[in-house]
Write a protein that binds this ligand. Structure first.
Ligand SMILES: Nc1ncnc2c1ncn2[C@@H]1O[C@H](COP(=O)(O)OP(=O)(O)OP(=O)(O)O)[C@@H](O)[C@H]1O
Length: 263
């Protein structure tokens, strides 16, 4: 006897049902003018994707709208074919460091434990195994010796590592990072990319807003180009082209620089 499974919806022709994150027609405005306009995006599972585009292109807004931090005017946002509410704990977010109030009196370990809130429940009773997990995440980013420090006493690179540790503690499947390498020293950049690549090796999906065009091809598998509108998407070898960069950055990149970036 063969088992018949009734189809539950339209065929997943463009990967929306399996994509860790898919956007369709996403439009976001803070005032009258949309800053993100009718954007489609399909994030490939198990890969590292860079979101690139010039200043003010809407990269941070795209992430924030995807996470419900800002309300879109229109569009569809799905995580593994479903809504965010059902997948919230599978999605970790590392905000732009500049957007965080680092004067807030909190110790490093407490920040990392925030990644475990969904597991800790309403009473947030922290048990030894939670501390051990948070410490393991700090060790993974090389910050185990700073667990008792106030976050305001850390350097920019150390703050970024702590936020990454918080995301690691969540045991998420999709990591959304807003400029994880901005303003960090070379050693921190190396530490962060090593962790992100190891996440990929574990089958996780990584999406990062990224500014340094010279490292796109060594750090990332895929690229998503945006300047208010979607200007390209795909494997770096196909989508990270001179034409696409010219469309995204226009006169803000010299031809020579674009040529150097894309070989
Ligand atoms: N909270 C806000 N209120 C009003 N306008 C905003 C707000 N946040 C961003 N904007 C505007 O929306 C546009 C897109 O900003 P966004 O931060 O998403 O761009 P971005 O591509 O991340 O830029 P950058 O590379 O400089 O970080 C910009 O013109 C910005 O000034």
């Amino acid at each position: 006897m063969s088992l018949q499974v009734a189809p539950t919806g339209p065929a997943d022709q463009d990967g929306v049902d399996t994509a860790p994150l898919a956007l369709r027609g996403l439009t976001v405005a803070y005032g009258a003018e949309p800053v993100v306009f009718s954007v489609d995006m399909t994030v490939a599972p198990g890969a590292m994707t860079a979101i690139i585009g010039p200043n003010g292109a809407g990269k941070s807004t795209l992430l924030k709208a995807s996470l419900g931090i800002v309300n879109p005017l229109a569009g569809q946002i799905t995580y593994w074919g479903d809504d965010l509410a059902r997948n919230r704990n599978r999605v970790a977010y590392v905000p732009q460091r500049a957007s965080v109030d680092w004067d807030f009196p909190t110790q490093v370990l407490d920040v990392v434990l925030m990644g475990l809130y969904a597991e800790l429940g309403l009473l947030r009773r922290v048990r030894p195994q939670h501390i051990a997990r948070a410490m393991a995440c700090l060790t993974r980013v090389g910050m185990q010796d700073f667990a008792d420090r106030q976050i305001g006493q850390l350097s920019g690179g150390q703050q970024q590592r702590v936020f990454l540790a918080r995301a690691l503690a969540q045991h998420a499947d999709l990591f959304l990072l807003d400029e994880p390498f901005a303003g960090v020293d070379a050693a921190t950049e190396e530490a962060i990319i090593t962790v992100l690549k190891s996440l990929k090796d574990e089958g996780k999906t990584v999406v990062a807003v990224h500014h340094d065009l010279s490292t796109v091809d060594t750090y990332f598998d895929n690229v998503f180009l945006i300047n208010r509108r979607r200007l390209g998407e795909g494997p770096v070898s196909e989508a990270f082209t001179q034409d696409a960069l010219q469309a995204a950055y226009g006169g803000r990149l010299s031809d020579g620089l674009i040529a150097a970036q894309t070989g």
